[in-house]
Write a protein that binds this ligand. Sequence first.
Ligand code: ATP
Ligand code: MG
Length: 401
Amino acid sequence: MKYDHILVRFGEISTKGKNRKKFIEKLRQHIRFVLKDFEALKYASDRDRITIMLNGEDPEPISEQLKSVFGIQSFSLAVKCETNLDAIKDAALTAIQEVYEQGNTFKVSTKRSYKQFELDSNEMNREIGGHVLRNTENLTVNVKQPDVHLRIEIRENATYITFKDVKGAGGLPVGSSGRAMLMLSGGFDSPVAGYQAMKRGIQIEAVHFFSPPYTSERAKQKVIDLAECLAAYGGEVKLHIVPFTKIQELIQKQVPENYTMTSTRRMMLKIADKIREKRDALAIVTGESLGQVASQTLESMYAINHVTNTPIIRPLIAVDKNDIIDEARRIGTYDTSIQPFEDCCTIFTPPSPKTKPKLEKVERYESFADFEPMLDEAVELMETIIVTNEKKAADEFADLF
Ligand code: ATP
Ligand code: MG
């Protein structure tokens, strides 16, 4: 089948009133970004969809790429023809001749956005159905469960013929909901949490704490690789790598062993919040899931969360580990997360961390040392890298219109 267009529908964003223009613009940028290797493509957008002109490019790999773009509800490969009855009859017949198999059933559905067209939807269905029946063999009509569903959309300037809708990734275009910091470890959870935040339109910047020489370069590379996986969905991801060794050593020295975990998390959150402020972001995203480990009981979260008023987004709070792992497989972070490199937390994890830490206690333990200058120093020494996805990297978003 020689498709020449792809029709992209956005669903949810089309209900967003005044912001619609901004959303469509973001979505168009992302689509252009993931498809930048297909140079012949041209784009047009209106209020309810984006039309991609293939200009001879192969629609198969393009469809694959489109499936990862947030903000797309569905898309269809299409054949375009002129809006006149003879042209539509010809195009519809040619299209169905290429896709049907002997013994198949079919149905025609017409959507007429251009109300001045000479036939209405029902008349068109009958006209095109009859034309197809007269010119094919071994093809019959079944309006309830057709094997082939030929759809005709009549617009004033052009008519499109499609057969199926491909489901898109859903959600909102990345960037349309503002910016947040993602606390990204090397585990399974935080990359999945980042993906889900991105799916709701958040542009994430990742913060990772590492503790050389206790953690290796390979552990750091693992996090860069994870950021790269996420960049496939968001265009690019800024990754802030924060040296955390000195702080962890001070915690070990200062805080009783069963409270070191609580204190570590509090220091991480304080630093993440300082970076958030610097970067003008509005929230912090973590991979926490209630009850999963000692630091993720409600008591722990209460004691940890107390260091900031910034909204903490926890997309996985009610998700079971098995489901998180399935999601990691689906989004492509599993193979990286499963690599066995040590994380700064695992190395310093006490044998029995407090599952019900008391806020007053951890605050008192911390009060005997001056952490604040060290936190500022860590922010100063952090290294920022811009991670793009190799396969989909773009030089920049050039505006086509
Ligand atoms: P994950 O699978 O994301 O590592 P986890 O189940 O191992 O999570 P914790 O180790 O308790 O859980 O971490 C809870 C959250 O704290 C993580 O999801 C992540 O958001 C953040 N976090 C933990 N370690 C780091 C780190 N080294 N750098 C940045 N954030 C971290
Ligand atoms: Mg972890």
